[in-house]
Design a protein around this ligand. Structure first.
Ligand SMILES: CC(C)(COP(=O)(O)OP(=O)(O)OC[C@H]1O[C@@H](n2cnc3c(N)ncnc32)[C@H](O)[C@@H]1OP(=O)(O)O)[C@@H](O)C(=O)NCCC(=O)NCCS
Length: 135
């Protein structure tokens, strides 16, 4: 949960997808990275949460996790979605991992979270969706 909260700071929101998702953990004695994916429809898998321990960030583990998900589910789904805040900490990471911006849900963070969320001093408002094909 400590790792999951790095990516999604409200536990009640995490609980909404944890039960219906599949979780992958990288690391032996200590979890270094985690990822939760859910089936949204027969063609679409969604990354609901991805997080790397702060001391292991920027060493390629997040990208390895995405590549693992793509390899694991290739042939089962057509597209991989991920939703995130409009943040310089996440959008460029997903673009580096082959995602492209698809659509947005206006006011997602202000409507569904019980407190304002800030990243890099900016309040998150819309949820930005990025998409990658399972090619
Ligand atoms: C976002 C996160 C999962 C990225 O994982 P990571 O292991 O640090 O990223 P990687 O080292 O695998 O980076 C892959 C590529 O993206 C780039 N990248 C990563 N973060 C970046 C950023 N903030 N800005 C620009 N590029 C970035 C890396 O430089 C690397 O590029 P390269 O392939 O050219 O070397 C990680 O920072 C994290 O856990 N953050 C906190 C939780 C979080 O915000 N999760 C996402 C919620 S939507």
């Amino acid at each position: 949960m400590e790792l999951l909260l790095l990516a999604d700071e409200q536990e009640s929101m995490i609980e909404q997808y944890l039960d219906r998702g599949r979780m992958f953990v990288l690391g032996r004695e200590k979890a270094r990275a985690v990822c939760v994916v859910t089936e949204e429809d027969l063609c679409t898998l969604e990354i609901k949460n991805i997080a790397v321990c702060p001391e292991y960030q920027k060493q390629g583990l997040g990208k390895r996790m995405i590549d693992f998900v793509v390899e694991t589910f290739r042939g089962q789904y057509e597209e991989l979605l991920v939703g995130t805040g409009e943040s310089p900490l996440t959008v460029p990471f997903y673009e580096k991992c082959g995602f492209r911006i698809s659509h947005r849900i206006p006011n997602f963070f202000t409507d569904y979270y019980d407190h304002p969320i800030y990243e890099c001093s900016e309040q998150l408002v819309d949820m930005v969706y990025l998409k990658r094909l399972f090619l």
